[in-house]
Design a protein around this ligand. Structure first.
Ligand code: GLY
Length: 318
């Protein structure tokens, strides 16, 4: 049995590539890297890799992580600039004995030394988004921070090995050096091949407060189905944040156990995700939280068409 689950519709083409690998007895390690690289390469996704939205200095600083569920090896990078595939750098770091998490210049020095592909990650389209947002902030006094749709994946291969990975440009207009949940073990991702894995997307500052990915794996270890584990973890964190702080940021999660069973939960409307397995071709779903129960449905053809049109539509500087 193999399976792979990912946050957001943007993962679809990458999941299709992963499907080929997993069907042909490839490893969860290779499949997840190829799938996330695919998202990092697509210039129209504004929150991951090439074309990702910049920080307040108009620099694209990227975060990524990789975890091996057999060995519990973890590699992560934070605030790295101008490398094409943050996920691959994180994966290689996971194999080092120490120095598994590097940030900023240290991460760039490592990536350069290890001959990872360099690429200017700031696109002309991202610059237009930046200038437009700057203008909106000045004119309408709206909050600068917005747009943080991390791609996160959990993968199971036919040998029973599981992996997790994340990649993101983080919050649009973030401070230089800001790091979200995505490279943080237990917050943005966690996987244990003896149990299962989980990954999160949403407001990193709030996801960290509940170490939500670890919490989901912990609940699955207690015997909960991934769906139940996701719903409990999201509801509890959302409730705690609202009680103690008056509000909760966006929290969305996906999880898969080592039997290929999966779950999803969110506290927002419009969260999409993708699943494929030995018994299911890649499918995009949409999920809603109705009084703590998360109900998902297959995305319609109309939704899928509008999604891609919206991503690639021309934009102009205001
Ligand atoms: N969840 C991504 C971030 O907050 O950076």
């Amino acid at each position: 049995m193999w399976g792979i689950i990912a946050t957001w519709r943007m993962a679809l083409e990458g999941i299709e590539e992963a499907q080929d690998i997993l069907e042909n007895q490839g490893s969860a390690s290779e499949a997840i890297e190829v799938a996330i690289q695919n998202v990092e390469d697509f210039p129209y996704y504004k929150s991951v890799g090439y074309g990702g939205l910049p920080n307040e200095n108009m620099e694209v600083e990227l975060d990524a992580a990789y975890m091996d569920g057999d060995t519990l090896d973890i590699g992560a990078i934070g605030a790295i600039k101008d490398f094409a595939h943050p996920i691959s750098i994180a994966k290689q770091l996971s194999k080092e004995k120490v120095n598994n998490m590097l940030v900023g210049q240290g991460a760039e020095k490592y990536a350069d030394h290890e001959n990872f592909e360099k690429k200017i990650m700031l696109t002309d389209r991202a610059k237009i988004h930046y200038y437009n947002r700057k203008k909106e902030i000045e004119e309408q006094q709206i909050k600068p921070y917005d747009g943080h749709d991390t791609v996160g994946m959990v993968c199971l291969d036919n040998s029973g090995k599981m992996t997790a990975g994340t990649s993101t440009s983080g919050l649009f207009m973030k401070k230089q050096g800001r790091i979200g949940d995505s490279p943080l073990s237990g917050s943005g991702f966690y996987v244990d091949s003896k149990v299962g894995g989980a990954t999160a997307t949403g407001l990193g500052e709030d996801l960290m407060k509940g170490c939500i990915s670890y919490e989901i794996v912990r609940l699955m270890k207690e015997g909960k189905h991934p769906q139940e584990a996701c719903e409990i973890a999201v509801c509890q964190l959302d409730k705690e944040l609202k009680e103690r702080r008056g509000q909760a940021g966006d929290i969305s999660v996906v999880a898969m156990n080592n039997q290929g069973e999966w779950g999803v939960a969110t506290n927002i409307d419009g969260f999409s995700f993708v699943v494929a397995s030995a018994i299911q071709s890649p499918i995009v779903y949409l999920v809603k939280n109705i009084n703590g129960k998360c109900i998902h449905e297959v995305a319609s053809e109309k939704w899928l068409e509008e999604y891609i049109q919206e991503r690639i539509k021309p934009i102009v500087q205001k």
